[in-house]
Design a protein around this ligand. Sequence first.
Ligand code: NAP
Length: 245
Amino acid sequence: MHILIIGATSAIAHAFAKKYAKEGTHDFTLFGRNEQRLKSCSQELIALGAQSVHVKVINFLNNESISTAIHDCIQTRGSISLAVLAQGSLSKQDKAKKDMQYLYDEMMLNAMSFMVSAQLLANHFAEQEKGILIGIGSVAGERGRKGNYAYGSAKSAIHTFLSGIRNDIGNDNIRIMTIKPGFVATPMTAHLQQSLLFVKPDYIAKEIIRGIEQGIDVMYIPSYWRLIMMIIRALPEKIFMKLNI
Ligand SMILES: NC(=O)c1ccc[n+]([C@@H]2O[C@H](COP(=O)([O-])OP(=O)(O)OC[C@H]3O[C@@H](n4cnc5c(N)ncnc54)[C@H](OP(=O)(O)O)[C@@H]3O)[C@@H](O)[C@H]2O)c1
């Protein structure tokens, strides 16, 4: 398989890639913003058994950079069987309230770069009539909270976008998966107080692979987040406004 990972230096995406690298038969293309970090991911995948790894630095805030990289990837590396979209930044809500360029850039990264990539890959999968697209969303996208609505609304946007693509072209051969993790111990959350709700990237990777094998479209990981978010979504607005969650 040719596997494309966008945001390949993400701890979750890299844990996922390592599991496939160990199978010893796959080619990888890794997109990211930092060449050094991409190269170190690449070396690890090769050591584990990847057949080949190509890395590409892209500018996530620039449509042209993303689109050209995906087109070139298909032209030079061959058709893509499986793609993971993992880029993302846990936006600082206080900063996003005051600094409009920061808010804009965060939305470009967390929502627009995701949607442009997802649509191009969906078009590719529709043309070849097969493919698996895995988008990493978040439980944060389920309801706007005062502490993280810049990040959360970008995640809401990608949930809706992926749902639309799934509705449009999804079938047994074209799988569009939305992953909604809760708290994961990665560099993104390193500054947060760790709690029992935190899981490791390796656990998320294993669950995503189970989702691929079992044909699951939308996954809350761990699964108890489905119930937690059902309750949070069901709270009347007047009550939700008074909560400090
Ligand atoms: N960790 C969690 O609790 C959690 C929960 C739910 C959903 N998620 C989602 O899971 C995905 C992967 O995150 P992770 O937890 O694995 O975190 P991570 O290890 O910090 O990875 C984040 C990825 O996004 C890239 N990135 C961050 N800021 C960027 C920017 N301004 N421009 C371009 N690229 C940028 C990082 O690149 P560099 O390596 O170059 O920094 C890295 O590839 C994200 O979409 C995140 O929203 C995470």
